[in-house]
Design a protein around this ligand. Sequence first.
Ligand SMILES: [Zn+2]
Length: 341
Amino acid sequence: MSVPTSERYAEMLDAALAGGYAYPAVNVTSSQTLNAALRGFVDARSDGIVQVTPAAAGYLSGAASDPVRGARALAAFAHELADGYAISVALHTDHCPPEQVDGFLRPLMTESRRRRGRGEPPLFNSHMFDGSSLPLEENLSLSSELLGECAAAGVVLELEVGTVGGEEDGLGADDVSSERLYTTNDDLLRVAEVLGTGERGGYLLAATFGNVHGVYAPEHVKLRPHILADGQEALAAAWPGARFRYVFHGASGSSQEDLRAAIRHGVVKVNIDSDTQYALTRAIADHVLTNYAGVIKVDGGVGSKQAYDPRAWGAKAEAAMATRIAEACELLGSAGHSLTG
Ligand SMILES: [Zn+2]
């Protein structure tokens, strides 16, 4: 595994777009879940992406309660483990709202710019700025500013137009009107007008098409992947040869048909959180329930160190999450696709 250089990450995204597959982007909140993600990608012989939200970065920083330090610590851990595997795993930060741009995104980009000056890969390969709470023009104006800063740091910007429903890490969009859950062609063309089509720096576009964070009953989510296809058509009509690189948020619980259609229409990154959280916690629950008398000191007993050693349940949890990630690689088509392997 290696954290890719800026150039290699661009190649990874190009290869997915040209090859009709997408990378799982796995949310992590600890060294354990990071290792689970790396293991899942290795098992599937797939390049991939791991990501951290600002809230998860704060959690990672422990008592320091400082998302920037938590994000830096996670990145350091990942860069340190970079040698020894034959795949690339890119590092990404997820949903950053406008009010955290100065306190979270910009310090991380500054570090990547310094690293670029020393000929090293960026600290994070890409950052998401989530301006979906702003009016479109404000969202695009700030996105455009950040695109320039990202490009100078060798980093890819992810932006969102429209709004992903549901709730993730305390950022909720439950009260959003339903038409905002669907991006329009006009919105998508406006993105290309303001941000260009790659010449000002590469970007990833979270264009919403009815997606909702979290797991819902299938009938609750009305995905319209054709919105993505319509956007590509409109883009190519205005800028021949140009294609959006879409990101699919809230894929948990989606049908395989919808997932495949979205990837066919240019999705290159599919965020995965709820499903892998559940796989991990399910394995821990299984360990605790089947080893109850060892994990717990029942009625004055001494328990069993083999059962309550955090590595006992941690290893099972890591393996279960890795298995779920390898399955995602198969489903999204990235399995067997490694530019380094
Ligand atoms: Zn999301």
